[in-house]
Design a binder for this molecule. Sequence first.
Ligand SMILES: Cc1cc2nc3c(=O)[nH]c(=O)nc-3n(C[C@H](O)[C@H](O)[C@H](O)COP(=O)(O)O)c2cc1C
Length: 180
Amino acid sequence: MSKVGIFFGTDTGNTRRVAKDIASALGSAVAAKPVNVRTASVEDMLLHDRLILGTPTYGEGLLPGLSTGNATESWEEFLPKLVGQDFSGKTVAIYGLGNQKSYPNEFVDAMFYLYEQFKQCNATLIGDWATDGYKFKASKAVVDGRFVGLVLDQENQKDLTADRLDVWLKTLTSTWDKNG
Ligand SMILES: Cc1cc2nc3c(=O)[nH]c(=O)nc-3n(C[C@H](O)[C@H](O)[C@H](O)COP(=O)(O)O)c2cc1C
């Protein structure tokens, strides 16, 4: 089976650091080296049956990219390339970084745009996450009462990140095993 593909967008590096932590937790026999989506093609993603995708939220509730003032292209520019692509039979798990204190009304919204696009591409979305333990007013990333993926807040809850990652990766691993 192909290795787990890890693709991330980032402006200030937090989402990249988490991608690296995920890769080292899974180990190099399981996970491919994380790739910044700025340098990736759709074909690169389609090489993997299992994907982990990371995004911060910028602007007010938007994907990272040039229009939100990021230094480089990112998910904003990548997502339109996915229109009409087929990810049938592939699992996609999303993690998102945001700041619940500064952006309580659009907390980790960008995750939702990845979720929506990959669903439209027929991917199987896995790795949803409870909203317990976060304090925010509204988030597009909450669907049916749960976040569409793992939520991390490096500004306000950095001390919780390692445990959250550990629990989430265990659920992904057991889902992959069941599908395997
Ligand atoms: C200008 C700016 C806008 C932001 N907008 C949001 C937002 O709308 N929602 C949110 O949850 N976090 C928001 N954040 C917080 C970032 O998502 C958070 O700092 C994240 O860790 C950055 O990830 P990166 O280092 O990978 O770029 C914003 C941060 C900045 C600097």
